[in-house]
Design a protein around this ligand. Structure first.
Ligand SMILES: Nc1nc2c(ncn2[C@@H]2O[C@H](COP(=O)(O)OP(=O)(O)O)[C@@H](O)[C@H]2O)c(=O)[nH]1
Ligand SMILES: [Mg+2]
Length: 381
């Protein structure tokens, strides 16, 4: 139990799933830190175990909550319970040495930073502690993406040992249920303008098997970043592909008989137009989802684009493009009928009709889908 005094207090939150071999040592180390600092401390174990983890943790005075499925969920519920002025988080697998918490607490308590990240890549990684794929490929790539997209300067975005002040936690809008919470926390810290500091730590190997699934969890982080920043993932490539398709198709249409002489380029251009449209539409869906869930700082432009009236205009625009495609398609069919159902040489018109119909339909469906997503939102967008 924490009592508010002048003395600061510390909450240590640990998610656990079948960590009976290591939960004891983790709690002991946290308690040693409480003693060394002479601070009031509480340990919260957000558990989802079928072994004796919860029983051991409770017997050592930790507050055990659960069962909680999902790494993100465990933190969301665990952090909601935390009452300390300072909050530290770490795995319950003893891969992080909780005695190293001093490196996190000192700068926090000195007011030098609001959010302290451990870094194993600038610290030490014991032999066999981190799979090769994570150490040299997954983690550096995901970290670089995060740094690029969110202008952070982190060296180990997936380090699970972190600490922050209670006020910082309250500022961050954390909500993801899975492993992507690790990325969300950094993105939110950066978004809220928290002062982030890294401290090198040592990473030890695990006893029980890891719960991480490299590819599924890696992809969850990428998907999450995409949601926050659809621009570099979808808008920019989508617009590039669309414009390229448009230029190829338009330049061929302006060339005499090019649709026949350069048929393959013509089809390539058309394909790029359709693909570009699809990528842009997906960007629109992601942006809508992000706006609904308050993920962006500057929401004005996005909200305007998604306002009821602009959706109506998109619907109208899509219908006109589709209608044009259908008219051209009908013209092709008519030519076929009056030619006595013989062989046709209307490839150019047929392809244009197909592209217009596909792009027009995409626009109509996107406008409909986005407006359906907005049904649940209580605004006058
Ligand atoms: N409550 C809860 N804890 C989990 C869950 N999945 C993983 N954990 C715990 O979260 C921490 C991080 O998971 P871990 O397997 O160590 O991932 P790694 O450090 O990336 O290998 C460990 O303490 C796990 O026991 C879950 O679904 N629920
Ligand atoms: Mg771990």
């Amino acid at each position: 139990m924490l009592y508010k005094q002048d003395m600061p207090s510390l909450s240590v939150v640990m998610p656990s799933m079948n960590e009976e071999e290591t939960i004891r040592i983790c709690i002991q180390k946290a308690q040693t830190i409480f003693k060394n600092y002479g601070i009031e401390g509480e340990i919260i174990v957000a558990d989802n175990s079928s072994d004796r983890t919860a029983e051991i943790a409770a017997s050592m005075g930790a507050k055990v909550i659960g069962p909680i499925k999902g790494y993100g969920n465990a933190y969301l519920k665990g952090l909601a319970e935390a009452k300390g002025d300072y909050i530290a988080i770490a795995d319950a697998d003893n891969t992080y040495d909780l005695l190293e918490l001093d490196k996190f607490l000192d700068p926090l308590m000195a007011g030098e930073a609001d959010f302290i990240m451990g870094t194993r890549l600038k610290g030490e990684i014991k032999k066999g502690a981190m799979p090769w794929l994570h150490q040299y490929i997954g983690n550096p790539i995901l970290t670089a993406m995060l740094n690029f997209l969110f202008k952070t300067k982190i060296s180990d975005a997936h380090c699970g040992m972190r600490a922050f002040t209670k006020e910082s936690l309250e500022k961050m809008n954390l909500k993801t249920h899975g492993m992507e919470l690790a990325s969300e926390m950094i993105i939110e810290a950066a978004r809220c303008g928290l002062r982030i500091k890294e401290v090198p730590i040592t990473y030890y190997s695990r006893k029980a098997p890891s719960k991480l699934r490299s590819f599924q969890d890696g992809w969850r982080h990428v998907r999450f970043m995409m949601l926050y920043r659809p621009g570099p993932f979808l808008y920019i490539p989508g617009a590039f592909v669309f414009v390229l398709g448009f230029l190829i198709t338009a330049s061929l249409l302006l060339t005499e008989n090019a649709a026949y002489n350069r048929l393959h380029s013509f089809i390539l251009g058309s394909m790029l137009l359709i693909i570009g449209g699809q990528i842009l539409a997906t960007g629109g869906y992601m942006k809508t989802y992000g706006l609904i869930h308050g993920m962006y700082r500057d929401e004005k432009a996005g909200k305007k684009l998604l306002s009821y009236h602009s959706l109506e205009r998109e619907l109208l625009g899509g219908s006109l493009i589709l209608a044009l495609g259908l008219v051209i398609g009908l013209k092709v069919a008519y030519t076929w009928v009056i030619s006595g159902y013989g062989s046709l040489k209307e490839v150019e018109s047929a392809v244009i009709s197909m592209v217009l119909a596909a792009v027009g339909l995409q626009l109509i469906f996107s406008a409909v889908f986005v407006s359906v997503m907005l049904l649940e939102v209580d605004t006058d967008w």
